[in-house]
Write a protein that binds this ligand. Structure first.
Ligand code: GTP
Ligand code: MG
Length: 443
């Protein structure tokens, strides 16, 4: 996510840090580099120019007051500006969807509309569940443009515990009305309406959407933007805004190797909140868009906060506490090692986790893949061990290793590798313990 942008920025800012004094000349140099970074990240030109003008103005103002550590100052100015452009501090938009309400989702073909609908339904259900409730959600589609589109929604509805309704009419407007009727008559709490996309902005699609909007009166209109379409996304968003208008945006495919220009340009030019970001294909792969975090990511500082929050969400506090105690207490067994890998598994793929960690967002997919399958293998091996072996690994001699390997379908070398890794992580725990880092992490 935003890899490209963050790499470039880190490069520029790192270079500046080394400069003791900020002269007109190196300010100009730095600005040129920031400009290139932004353009290469597909940030629309008009946005780049505005951004740089504002950064320069701030820097000139500052120079008079304070000439101490100018590199640091520029970093701060760039940081604050990026944050500003993404919506500003403490501006995380939150929606509590009114009951009852119709939510219409629109966007270009393949932008992620249908997937985002499933994610939204999952999110609503999940929020309700946290309060001991459940939601009656109806999903309907008026996408007759792509043959399999409606079936796709039907399948997703099952996955997220929502009801699916198939309209009998194949005329988008009539179908929308029919679905809306069904929604009202059956006392559903939310209707998530999926619409057809086109490859490009197209007047037929816009007209259709206009009429549907008038008939169904959605309370919330979401524009789905594919984070991978750089410059063009701004044109798309402007066109949808002019023709139909929308309240919120969701950025899909932020887990991809996107250049990040979409979010940057969109938020600044359209001044509409990006509420959610999609970070994968599954219904649970939805996150809140938090400008501070996005800024930190863009500037390549990693985002440990998100990771910690995710950990808290997915792993019960009790589990965390007991794991931390085991790690700190030095009684870390192979069973704990397996549990720990299980916890990691629940957090999501390694790729997703490391994305949040400073300096680790450049690991190649192959490396990640390897880590992931290694974890799986290790867990399988551990599950072939006896209780005693898990608690007292030192008893695992050659013949036990052969038995365990056979039991888990791996080679003896792989069993050895696991035991080595286990020893290494025990060493690491000791280091953590000494540095007090674990306590800080899990507080
Ligand atoms: N990695 C990743 N893939 C996504 C994300 N959102 C959607 N996709 C994938 O992108 C593709 C298109 O998503 P859809 O939800 O079908 O897009 P759509 O806008 O409904 O497409 P049409 O119905 O053809 O207009 C699918 O393969 C999705 O799995 C995301 O956040 N991350
Ligand atoms: Mg679709």
């Amino acid at each position: 996510m935003f890899n490209f942008l963050s790499e470039k920025f880190s490069g520029v800012l790192g270079w500046l840090k080394d400069k003791g004094r900020l002269t007109d000349e190196n300010l100009r140099d730095a600005t040129t580099q920031v400009r290139t970074a932004l353009l290469e990240a597909d940030v629309p030109l008009e946005v780049v120019e505005d951004f740089l003008a504002q950064v320069q103005q701030e820097m000139i103002g500052r120079k008079i007051h304070d000439s101490l550590n100018p590199g640091q100052q520029l970093i701060k100015v760039v940081h604050d500006k990026v944050l500003d452009f993404l919506g500003g501090k403490n501006t995380t938009p939150s929606i509590s969807f009114q009951i009852p309400s119709v939510i219409m989702v629109m966007g270009l073909q393949g932008s992620g509309k249908t997937t985002t609908i499933a994610k939204l339904a999952y999110y609503m259900q999940d929020q309700a569940k946290k309060r001991g409730k459940s939601r009656r959600i109806l999903l309907g589609s008026v996408d007759f443009y792509r043959p399999a589109a409606i079936d796709q929604l039907e399948i997703l509805a099952k996955q997220v515990g929502a009801t699916f309704y198939r309209a009998t009419s194949t005329d988008p407007v009539k179908a929308a009305q029919e679905i809306h009727e069904h929604f009202k008559q059956n006392n559903f709490e939310h209707l998530l309406l999926d619409t057809a996309g086109r490859l490009h902005i197209d007047t037929t699609m816009m007209e259709e959407l206009k009429i549907i909007t008038a008939k169904v009166q959605p309370k919330y209109k979401f524009l789905i933007l594919d984070a991978m379409t750089g410059q063009e996304s701004l044109t798309v968003a402007k066109a949808f805004d002019a023709a139909i208008g929308f309240d919120y945006a969701a950025l899909s495919k932020m887990d991809s190797d996107t250049r990040g220009g979409a979010a940057f340009g969109f938020r600044y030019v359209l001044k509409k909140p990006i509420v959610f970001v999609g970070i994968g294909e599954k219904p649970e792969d939805l996150e809140a868009f938090i400008p501070e975090r996005m800024t930190t990511r863009i500037l390549g500082m990693g985002d440990i906060m998100t990771l910690i929050e995710k950990a808290t969400d997915q792993i019960s506090e009790q589990e965390q506490v007991s794991m931390t105690q085991k790690m700190l207490g030095g009684h870390f067994t192979l069973k704990d090692f397996a549990d720990q890998m299980g916890m990691l598994d629940r957090l999501g793929s390694l790729q997703k986790i490391t994305r949040y960690l400073p300096g680790m967002n450049n690991l190649s997919p192959e490396v990640m893949e390897k880590g992931q399958s290694e974890m799986k293998r290790f867990r399988a091996i551990i599950s072939s061990m006896t209780k005693k072996e898990k608690l007292v690994p030192s008893i695992i001699d050659a013949s036990r290793r052969r038995r365990i390997a056979a039991g888990s379908g791996v080679t003896v070398q792989e069993v050895n590798q696991l035991l080595q890794r286990f020893e290494q992580s025990k060493e690491m725990m000791k280091m953590f313990k000494k540095s007090g880092m674990m306590r800080k992490f899990f507080k």
